[in-house]
Design a protein around this ligand. Structure first.
Ligand code: PMT
Length: 416
């Protein structure tokens, strides 16, 4: 088990090709003054307005650009757009030209910025900048509406002098205004430290994420397809809402969300030990991890060898039910489980509410490939101990995490 400290928030800043690109460079500086790490991704056209070297010096970080889809220098050999999307807590595009807006909203992926944007799963802030006549065009309006519907926050544009010398709407919002939105979404105040504000301020939240691996021998294990996305999204969204968050993570290679304390574990028994340490003073515990129900009764000290033509029989023993155990470990906490179901969703989820003494069970249909295990989206029904039933349509796991936390926080506030 390893306990990692909280780290600075990280912004991937896309800069597209317009005269306002110089303000993008200034924004880098303002973000850094707030203690936020910034990596820039200028489009090819933006490089005519602001040089990658300027951005590199201002950010003190690598600049992404032409090396679209390249693997050079990527962490652990990862493709760069994947590395960038996993590194960042927030994607900001400032300025966003009409072309970039359209490409983001359509999901085109043919340069570094658009590809990283399509990969990215966290909050997105976009600051459009273009001539007033372009901004008023219905096709631009339609793209902006589509981005808003996807949860992208649009900042500006504002009225003022345009590059053409005319006045009108289309001028990029000032970097300070964009900075405020970015900081609000990341939960970073002037001091650059996690804020005591937000609907979950004062809450201690524990989230579990990912699979557990149950060792068979030194190289083999029993596991499952959980990617950790759902749990990491819950941890990130709880931190953004002001909570003090501990994330107990099974073996997944995901970046720790900003401001979150992480405890890495491998097996169900290690997860239980981490929960014993983390949950005694928790207000809310969300078990999004796919904990193995069984483990091999014996872990071989040496790699098992193939012997003869016979099969191999593994004897399994049951793991403890961690969620059920929390009832005595953290009786004060609101305890939430997820239920991975393939049939009779409601009946199974309701019986888990009882068996695991949870306040909520959030059920997802894991027989579908577009939601549940290892998918970017999820669709769930939350069943409450008070008989309530709240349906959440298919949406990104990040968005869903925010909606679920609002449900839990609202019900706790309502019940006092
Ligand atoms: O990680 P992703 O790829 O994003 O996928 C998300 C997910 C599908 C893993 C997630 O949404 C989910 O459904 N998580 C719970 C999976 C699971 O273990 O379901 P279950 O029905 O077997 O267990 C019900 C609850 O009991 C869960 O909260 C689980 O954490 C908990 N449990 C299970 C077994 C055990 N021994 N101890 C437990 O505490």
């Amino acid at each position: 088990m390893a306990d990692a400290p909280a780290r600075a928030a990280r912004v991937l800043l896309g800069i597209s090709g317009g005269i306002a690109a110089y303000k993008g460079a200034y924004l880098v500086r303002r973000l850094r003054e707030r203690g936020i790490a910034v990596r820039c991704a200028p489009t090819r056209a933006a490089e005519s307005f602001v040089s990658p070297l300027t951005l590199e010096v201002l950010s003190g970080e690598r600049v992404y650009g032409r090396s679209y889809l390249s693997r050079d220098g990527g962490a652990g050999g990862a493709e760069l757009h994947v590395e960038a999307a996993q590194w960042a807590d927030l994607l900001c595009v400032a300025p966003a030209t009409a072309n970039t807006l359209a490409r983001l909203s359509l999901g085109l992926a043919d340069d570094f910025l658009s590809t990283a944007a399509l990969m990215f799963e966290g909050p997105v802030v976009v600051a459009p900048a273009m001539h007033d006549a372009m901004w008023r065009k219905p096709q631009v309006e339609a793209r902006v509406d589509a981005l808003s519907a996807l949860g992208v926050e649009i900042v500006g544009p504002v009225e003022g002098a345009l590059a053409s010398g005319e006045r009108g709407w289309g001028r990029m919002a000032e970097p300070e205004a964009i900075l405020e939105v970015v900081c609000r979404k990341l939960g970073v105040p002037e001091t650059g430290v996690a804020p005591p504000a937000g609907p979950l301020a004062g809450w201690r939240v524990v989230v579990t994420a990912g699979p557990t691996h149950e060792a068979i021998d030194p190289v083999r294990f029993l596991g499952n397809r959980s990617s950790g996305r759902m749990g990491f999204a819950l941890a990130r969204q709880a931190a953004l809402r002001g909570a003090q968050v501990t994330l107990v993570a099974g073996p997944v290679g995901r970046e720790t969300p900003a401001g979150v304390r992480r405890i890495d574990v491998v097996s169900a028994l290690e997860m239980r030990a981490a929960l014993e340490e983390a949950s005694s003073s928790a207000d809310l515990i969300v078990m999004a991890a796919a904990v193995a129900d069984y483990r091999p009764r014996k872990r071989a000290d040496r790699k098992l060898k193939k012997s003869g033509a016979d099969g191999l029989t593994l004897e399994l023993e049951q793991n403890p039910d961690l969620l059920a155990g929390l009832a005595s470990l953290a009786p004060q906490a609101m305890r939430v489980g997820f239920a991975a179901e393939t049939e009779r969703l409601e009946e199974s989820a309701r019986s888990k509410l009882e068996a695991k003494k949870a306040r909520w069970i959030v059920a997802n249909d894991v027989s579908r490939s577009d939601i549940g295990f290892d998918a970017t989206d999820n669709e769930v029904v939350a069943f409450g101990r008070d008989g309530s039933r709240v349906r959440f349509p298919k949406q990104s796991k990040d968005e869903l995490a925010g909606r679920l936390l609002e449900l839990f926080a609202g019900r706790r506030a309502a019940s006092g």
